[in-house]
Ligand binder design. Sequence first.
Ligand SMILES: [Fe+2]
Ligand SMILES: [Fe+2]
Length: 339
Amino acid sequence: MDTLPDTQVAIGAARLPDAAEVAAADRAARHWSSSEIGRLRPGSDAHRRAMCRMFHETFNPYKPSVIDWPKLDAETLEKVTSLPIWDIAVQTEGKARLRMAAYARSLADPELAGAIGLNGWEEGRHKEVLSRLVEAYGIKLEPEPEYHEPSDPELAYMITGYSECIDSFFAFGLFALAERSGFFPAELVETFEPVMQEECRHILLFANWLAWHRRRMPLWRRPWFEARVAAVWVFLGLERMGLARGMGDAQGAAEGHDNNFTVTGSKSVSDEEIDVAELMDLCLSENDRRFSGYDPRLLRPTTMPNLVRFARRFIRSKAEKQQAAERRALRRRRAPAAA
Ligand SMILES: [Fe+2]
Ligand SMILES: [Fe+2]
């Protein structure tokens, strides 16, 4: 893995943190307020300072090399090893690391370059966590493809950022479902908890970078930028419908592995019968919960929660359908009496 960014060297010192330090780091990673006074106007220097400080000050110094992987019984081991996600997960982290590092290097602003560079470093750490998990549980991976430096670092960061906004939104819900159902042992869920919260920080940074970047660019560049944003959404939509494999993105390269697991994977992480509406509600509430500790003046990613909230209006849960049926039956019973 790459060396720790300079600003974090002190945190990653040779001595291992004790339990109280780990708990304090975990809390600090989830709660943060800016010392800037007043509104954080998107595009302002105060906004840039706040998002970059948020990212550095919520850094969690856990070390993948000291994670104690829990021993799993045969049944759980089978569930974990048969999840169709490991190749894609490892490759996605590898690509994200490279893309974020490339975009950070292209930036003139040292604060922003530092924050996005650290984000890339954290993706490398996620890759290491996954590699160690795979090794600990004997999961066989396909050989990794070669990772190429992006020729357009800004576009590559946008693809990774939006992709994380989609995947993290659903992953938050699935993760809560896995925890609630006890489908996986609590120690394993706990081990992944910092990774999950880190993804929340990543998309918080991305949403704020996007708003800041939009406001800072000259007006004549905006139409081109918005066209690129639209193209990224079309690409990610097609990719998730399984239509964009081989369109320059290696996520679908691992045959037989599920690029869309975060949307379709509820059965793989829980025995619980959960319908689509309930899963949507869980994703929405988990999304709100994970962002709730950060300064409310920072912007949140809104597209996925808004889309799901809109779709939810037309999708009823089993409980809601049952209540509606009961109300109809009650009305029918009352109608002849009234007549
Ligand atoms: Fe990651
Ligand atoms: Fe990430």
